[in-house]
Design a protein around this ligand. Sequence first.
Ligand code: AMP
Length: 175
Amino acid sequence: MTRLIFLGAPGAGKGTQAHKLAELRNIPHISTGDMLRQARRERTPLGIQAQSYIDRGELVPDELVQEMVQERLSQPDAQSGWILDGFPRNEAQVDFLDKLLQTLAQNSGSSATVLHRAVNLEVPDEVVITRLLGRAKNEGRTDDNEEVIRRRLEIYHQETAPLINLYRHRQRSYL
Ligand code: AMP
């Protein structure tokens, strides 16, 4: 059983590393960014609501993302572990994940450790900006233009980077 979360700035390589590790462990790689982009492409109600936030580089409202994560982690293939990439992104999402994992553990009658590790990929801002601008050309993502990239990084530093210390202090209890 492996349950991991990947922290790190946009463009740090979370998706690539999470994908490789998930394949090795044979567990799902759950990327909230990928799920939101898919919902957006399919024009589901969630996708339509999320679209303007994604395009501006803002966080999609917690309630929307949380509901999506709750549903995904309740699927049968997520019962033997997972790698969460891009969630949690702020303290409210950390609290939500804590509670969700407790509930899922209770429902399955398991007393297993809820989360095993938080992995942080640290890459300097200038490197991720260059990478993301390159990705914009190759993948055509609507949120990979310079202005939006800078906004995503700003939000990362404000909201997500503080989670590194929060999980660092907890890490001992995951072992
Ligand atoms: P990512 O691919 O993880 O960089 O996510 C792309 C965009 O999806 C972000 O800029 C947000 O607009 C949205 N997003 C992804 N994950 C979350 C999350 N956990 N909370 C809020 N918004 C998110």
